[in-house]
Design a protein around this ligand. Structure first.
Ligand code: NAD
Length: 443
């Protein structure tokens, strides 16, 4: 099938390459000329396991194309994906200007029937707005063309995006149009062989499904963080509690890790956006508000541990930071806990020596050259002459470090572990001051 994808970010590029890999003919359109020029040269703008060979292969065999030419993009596909960003507006609601700009572009250039698929995460009612925009532009062009707007939210996880798209848990399709339904069946048939993963519903339910899923996951994290704070104050160990509750099959072990708060491009903005949607219809989403405020508080914890340990005297100290990305297997630092920590440290006059396996370039791009930030090439060099170590991201290479080397490199034997990677008892025996999340008294 001939497909066009507008917006070649984490979602658009992965989706396009995966669709191309099964034989679809996919045109990628982005307004970022640099990104498109690089992609044509084989330079992939993001780190995502398995993505580079997939893009290279599908581009070389002619299944995947890149352009900044909107007319070429609109001409190419009967199916037009919108996969642009929906960042938070000033009040936290989803900003639809990129989505509506693509809708306008499609309407300006289309000369035959199109199925417009909303892949971006958008508030309930957005398909109606996209439809209205397309109609308005077609009317202004004085032309009548058939089109349908389908909601098909994306559930990939950064760090596992390619495999998630290859083997999705579910494919949510919001449409009440029979022809669109048939087209979507054909489009996703290659990913639907093992068992039926396609769930059809009305457009508004599909739009809400995406927010409900992300808000549920964020709720699990904030719930565990709330429990971890209670555990800390009550002298209990949240890791024991986690094992205890996870054994109940109604709860399960998935996604109940306490930590230093959720980040990324989705949970923070989607929780906020659903709160704003609720406010807009005079409903107070008490649970969602609590999820957000618990997360805000949790992100301060790493700094609080440090400042308590050093009696507020952080000026002139150097803190080693392991992990900058918001989670492992990605270079994405959007809303990462590491950013909250580093900004608080800089505010307090401390210096940061940081290492991340993939996000160093991204960190450099965000913060530029500042004298209180040293981005170093290995996790060991981050420790050199630092006063304390903070683990922000649970990359596997941080899980079993050489504690002797850490002890010898740091000027104070202090570890703040935002991901509960280490054994408190073991670290106590080795003479460390060890602060984790919800693990009883600090040792
Ligand atoms: P992104 O910021 O990585 O990429 C967006 C891309 O759209 C950029 O390359 C930008 O240049 C391009 N763009 C902007 N305006 C354009 C236009 N008019 N025409 C063509 N291209 C344009 O965004 P992302 O992380 O891929 O997210 C996209 C959407 O998918 C968001 O709504 C997000 O909430 C949702 N989503 C993201 C994830 C994730 O893990 N990143 C997962 C599921 C859903």
């Amino acid at each position: 099938m001939k497909i066009t994808v507008f917006g070649i970010g984490y979602v658009g590029l992965v989706q396009a390459a995966v669709l191309a890999s099964v034989g679809h003919d996919v045109m990628c359109v982005d307004i970022d000329e640099n990104k498109i020029a690089n992609l044509k040269k084989g330079i992939i703008p993001i780190y995502e396991p398995g993505l580079t060979p997939l893009v290279e292969e599908t581009y070389q065999n002619g299944q995947l194309h890149f352009t900044t030419d909107a007319q070429r993009g609109v001409d190419h596909g009967t199916i037009q994906f919108i996969a642009v960003g929906t960042p938070p507006d000033e009040d936290g609601s989803a900003d639809l200007k990129y989505v509506l700009a693509v809708a306008e572009t499609i309407a300006q250039h289309m000369s035959n029937e199109k199925i417009i698929i909303d892949k971006s995460t958008v508030p309930v009612g957005t398909a109606d707005k996209v439809s209205a925009k397309v109609k308005q532009v077609l009317n202004a062009r004085n032309i009548e063309l058939d089109f349908d707007v389908v909601s098909n939210p994306e559930f990939l996880k950064e760090g596992a995006a390619v495999s998630d798209c290859m083997k999705p848990d579910r494919i949510i399709i919001g449409t009440e149009n029979e022809r669109s339904r048939a087209m979507m069946h054909e489009l996703y048939a290659p990913f639907n062989r093992n068992h039926d993963r396609m769930i059809f519903m009305d457009v508004r339910s599909a739009e809400l499904t995406k927010y409900a899923a992300n808000c549920m996951l964020a709720t699990k994290i904030s719930f565990m963080n709330e429990m971890s704070n209670l555990a800390e104050l009550l002298g209990a160990d949240i890791e024991a509690v986690r094992h205890g509750i996870g054994s109940d099959s109604r709860i399960g072990y998935q996604f109940i890790y306490p930590g230093c708060g959720y980040g990324g491009s989705c949970f923070p903005k989607d929780v906020q956006a659903l709160i704003r949607t609720a406010n807009g219809i005079d409903y107070q989403p008490a649970l969602l508000e609590a999820v957000e405020s618990v997360n805000y508080r949790q992100k301060q914890k790493l700094f609080t541990h440090l400042t308590n340990h050093f009696n507020g005297e952080l000026a002139g100290k150097t803190i080693a930071v392991w992990g900058l990305s918001f989670k492992p297997q990605t270079d994405d630092m959007r809303e990462a806990s590491s950013i909250v920590l580093m900004q608080a440290l800089w505010q307090a006059g401390a210096n940061v020596q940081a290492y991340d396996p993939e996000a160093m370039e991204e960190c450099q791009r965000i913060f530029g050259n500042r004298k209180d930030l040293a981005l170093v090439g290995t996790k060991e060099s981050a420790l050199k002459s630092a006063d304390a170590l903070v683990v922000c991201t649970e990359w596997s290479q941080f899980r079993a470090p050489d504690f002797e080397l850490i002890a010898n490199s740091l000027s104070h034997k202090v570890i703040v572990d935002g991901r509960n990677l280490y054994d408190p008892q073991l670290l106590k025996e080795r003479g460390f001051a060890y602060y984790a999340i919800g693990r009883g008294d600090s040792v």
